[in-house]
Each structure stands twice: as C-alpha cells, then as structure tokens.
Design a protein around this ligand. Structure first.
Ligand SMILES: *Cc1c(COP(=O)(O)O)cnc(C)c1O
Length: 498
C-alpha cells in the first residue's frame, strides 16, 4: 500500500478494497456454497454433536493474522467452518425453543443491505432505507390486523422490543421527570403471569425498578393469566401504597403457546389506567389468521406490542419489532437532540429512528423483513402459520393416541408431551428423569431437535413449529424415534437400578 507522511495516495491497493473481479469471484463462490447448503439441509444432521473442545480444535488457536488474505479464501474458510459445525434451525426437523427456519431471501437481502450500509438512525443517512422500514412496520401492523395508527421500530429481537415497550410505559407513568431524576424511590408495580419470558426480570433489573417490582399473577389450568387474581393484586397494591403502572400480557407463551385473556386485561388496564403491553414475540403473528380473531382481536387495544419477525415471519436473526398505539410516546421516551446532529429536516415529515429507541446507529434489518413479506405475501404467511399450527395439532393428536405417549398441551404451534411406559408402575420422578435423558439424547444425536418445558413439575418434550420446511412425515418420524428411544432408556434405567 502506498502511504506517505501525508496519508494514502491511492486506495486501489488497500487490503479491504475488492476489485470487481475479486468481489465477483468471492461472491459467486459464496452463493454457490450457500445454494448447496440449503439444498442439502434435510440430509445434514441438525446438530454437529461435537464438544466445545472439538469445535475449538477445528477453528484452531492462532493469533491475529499479521497479513491479510484473499476474499475467496475467507469465504472458503468461513463456509467450511460453519457449514459442518453448526446447529441448523432451518432443518425440517428442528423444533426447539422458538427458532424458525430462515427465508433464504433474507440472506440475499442482508447482503444488499450491508452493501448499501445504510445507517437507519437518521433519515438523511438512509433516505430509502428509513422509508422501507416505515413501510415494513405498516405492513406488519396490517398483517396482524392492528388499527393504522400503530407505529414503532425494528430492534434486535423480542427482549429488546419488550424493553422498549417497558420503557415507554415507565416514561408514561412517571412523566418527563423520570428521564432527569430517575425513580426517586417511587414504588412502581407491574403485573405479569408466571409463564412470562425472563425479559421482564431483566427489564426491571436493568431499568432501576428491581425485579421485586414484579407482582407474579397465577395462571389458570390453561396457563393463562387469571383475571380475578390480577384484579385482586392491583387492588391490594393500591391499598398498600404501591403505584401500579403496567400489565404485561403474553400472547404465545414459551412453554405452552398460551395466550393471556387480552380483552379482559385491556379492560382492567382501562379501569385502573395502567399501560397494557403485550409480549407477542412469538405469537402475535398468528393474529394474521382470521380464525383466531377472537383470541387476537383485542391486540389492537394494547398500548405497546412486541413481536419477532425472526420467529414467525421466518426472517433471519436478528429482527424484533415493537409497535405502539401512539408512536409519539417513543419520541417522548428516547429522544435527545445533541448539537452534533444537524439533520436539517425540521418541518419535513421524516422519521429519525434514533429518536424512537435505544440504538443510535442502526442497521438496515428492515430490508430482509420487507423482502420476506413481499415474497410470501399475506396469503403465504397465513397459509404457512396455519400449517405450523396444524402440524403441532397433528403431533398432539398422534401422541394422544399412542399408548406409550402422553400428550400434555397444545397451544398455537407448541405441543408438549412425554414418553410414559405402559407396562410398569412409574412415578413422576422416574418420568422426569427418563424424559430429561430422552431430550438430551435427541439433541446430541442430531436427527431431530426438540427442547423441553416444565409444567406443573412435569418435565416434558416440547416441539414448536415455526418451520416452513417441516411436513407431516417429519412429525410421524419424530414419534417413532421418541417411542423407540423411550423404550430403550426405560429398560436401561431399570437395569441400572437393579
Ligand atoms: C422469544 C421470546 C422472547 C425473547 O425474544 P428474543 O428474540 O429471543 O430476544 C420474549 N418473549 C417471548 C414470549 C418469546 O417467545
């Protein structure tokens, strides 16, 4: 590289500059290898089944390279390292946690987005990208049948989306004051069910309330928040001098896919003037289905809603989304106007997204969401989400019919069940141990991937279908595998005990 005292004279031989030929070679190579990967996903193991030690040996322990190397070499190395040593949530038999298959168009969109490298923090830095994000948010709101005034922003995922809703609620309760003087010892309380995701504890901890500010509301038999208990808790807190400010409803719980009674919760929030936040990180996209209108219709009464395009919109990670009925409240919560930002857009009706959330510089994650929404369209999403739910019901039904399986719960696209030997007296502890080993073995062997749920003290196998590559045959194969594994483990454990 030609450098002198006064800096570089030319950038053409800079190590990070790629000639069109080099970019093309490396790029075509990457695309060819990705095509092979995606085409052969079903034949690969879901998990590599290697220990951390083995993985570290593959990548090696060399220090930072002194000199660079070619783009093509890097693509070859990166694909070789990743493709044979990854866990594939895009595999048709991956149903763990809530991790979807990613739409391939998202990979291409991410490449285009990175090439433009728009900084979607400010409109002037990302004119078209900002407008694509704005449009994408409108499409998402429209897909889940929200009234048109809802708006917000894309964030990294469900945790971040919920944090944004939480902070808007805190600001709404305490006013502008909280931004200067903090909580000042006020005894805020929020209400949520025991089935809520852990983000709520993180939020209370991080944002100064402490996790003791959470009033945990019991669930009914269907793992939905109990409304009478919620009302009693709010009233008891008011009597004891607490300041209730927020109810967090879950629309699609992690363990069982349960949806809290949204209408009842919205009514109660109206009555006590509490912020109504719905955590729909997983489930809110199912509001697209007309047949679920009774369950999800009241979504449009929430003050804020979190949902994850990287879950049920099948967008590559990371893509979360938060929508508020009054988007201006985000500006009230997050906006600052530092002197070094002079965007000269006063009076223009533009969104500077840095004023709407926690990030300053922001990536163009909207492009992959926009691309997937365009590719499948509303009809494509409705059909796919409906199929995911149907596969979950199919699994529940097959498990219910099998003598050695116990179907436990089915909600949205989550099914829980367990193996239970018929021919012997077994107690709960035995079943928990047996099913724990069963999940561990399944995950390690890499033919299927399930995770688990613990409901009422029972350790259950749990499958969550957010996977457009899965079919009925995959579900049938899972049950064969679970039953044969269950039998073998039961014998093995019995032998060990003798
Ligand atoms: C997945 C999930 C979260 C967390 O979302 P991330 O995208 O993992 O940050 C929060 N709440 C619910 C209900 C979820 O399903």
């Amino acid at each position: 590289m030609s450098s002198s005292e006064f800096g570089r004279e030319s950038s053409s031989d800079h190590p990070l500059v790629m000639s069109p030929e080099e970019f093309r070679r490396a790029g075509y190579r990457a695309v060819d290898l990705i095509c092979e990967l995606l085409d052969g996903l079903a034949e690969r193991p879901v998990t590599p089944g290697e220990s951390p030690q083995q993985i570290r040996e593959v990548i090696g322990d060399e220090g930072m390279p002194q000199r660079g190397c070619s783009g093509e070499q890097i693509i070859d190395d990166a694909t070789a390292l990743l493709f044979d040593h990854s866990t594939y949530n895009g595999h048709p038999r991956f149903w763990g946690y809530i991790t979807s298959s990613a739409a391939p168009i998202g990979a291409l969109a991410d490449m285009v987005a990175a090439a433009v490298n728009a900084n979607v923090g400010a409109w002037n830095l990302s004119p078209m990208a900002s407008e694509i994000e704005r449009l994408t948010l409108r499409w998402i709101a429209d897909l889940i049948r929200l009234p048109s005034q809802y708006g917000g922003l894309l964030v990294s995922g469900g945790n971040a989306a919920n944090f944004v809703g939480f902070l808007a609620a805190r600001r709404a309760k305490l006013g502008e004051e909280v931004r200067r003087n903090g909580l000042q010892g006020r005894r805020l309380r929020l209400y949520t069910s025991q089935e809520t995701h852990t983000w709520v504890e993180k939020a209370c901890d991080l944002f100064g309330l402490g996790s003791e500010a959470i009033c945990w509301i019991d669930c009914d038999k269907k793992y939905q928040m109990s409304l009478p208990t919620l009302r009693a808790a709010v009233e008891a807190d008011l009597d004891s001098g607490y300041e209730p400010f927020l109810v967090v409803a879950t629309a699609g719980s992690v363990a069982s896919g349960a949806v809290d009674p949204l209408a009842g919760i919205a009514d109660l929030c109206d009555e006590y003037r509490l912020w109504c936040h719905v955590d729909g990180a997983y489930g809110a996209c199912a509001a697209a289905l007309p047949e679920l209108a009774t369950t999800f219709g009241p979504l449009g009464r929430a003050d804020s809603i979190a949902l994850d395009p990287h879950k049920w919109l099948y967008v590559p990670i990371e893509a979360g989304c938060v929508l508020l009925r009054e988007p201006q409240r985000l500006v009230d919560t997050f906006s600052y106007h530092p002197s070094y930002y002079h965007f000269n857009d006063d009076g223009d009706d533009v969104i500077n997204f840095h004023e709407y959330g926690m990030q300053n510089s922001r990536g163009f994650r909207a492009l992959k969401v926009w691309a997937a929404l365009r590719q499948a369209g509303r009809d494509g999403y409705i059909a796919s989400i409906r199929d995911d739910i149907a596969l979950s019901r199919y699994l529940y039904e097959l498990a219910g019919r099998h003598r050695e399986l116990e179907a436990s719960t089915q909600g949205l696209s989550v099914t829980t069940f367990r193996y239970r030997p018929v021919d012997s007296e077994v107690h709960e502890e035995w079943l928990n141990c047996l099913n724990t080993k069963l999940v561990e073995e399944l995950q390690a062997e890499g033919r299927f991937y399930l995770s688990n749920a613990v409901l009422d003290g029972r350790f259950l196998l749990r499958a969550c279908f957010v996977n457009f590559r899965s079919t009925r045959a995959d579900v049938e194969a899972l049950l064969d595998e679970v039953v044969s594994k269950g039998r073998r483990l039961h014998r093995k454990l019995s032998d060990e005990q003798e």
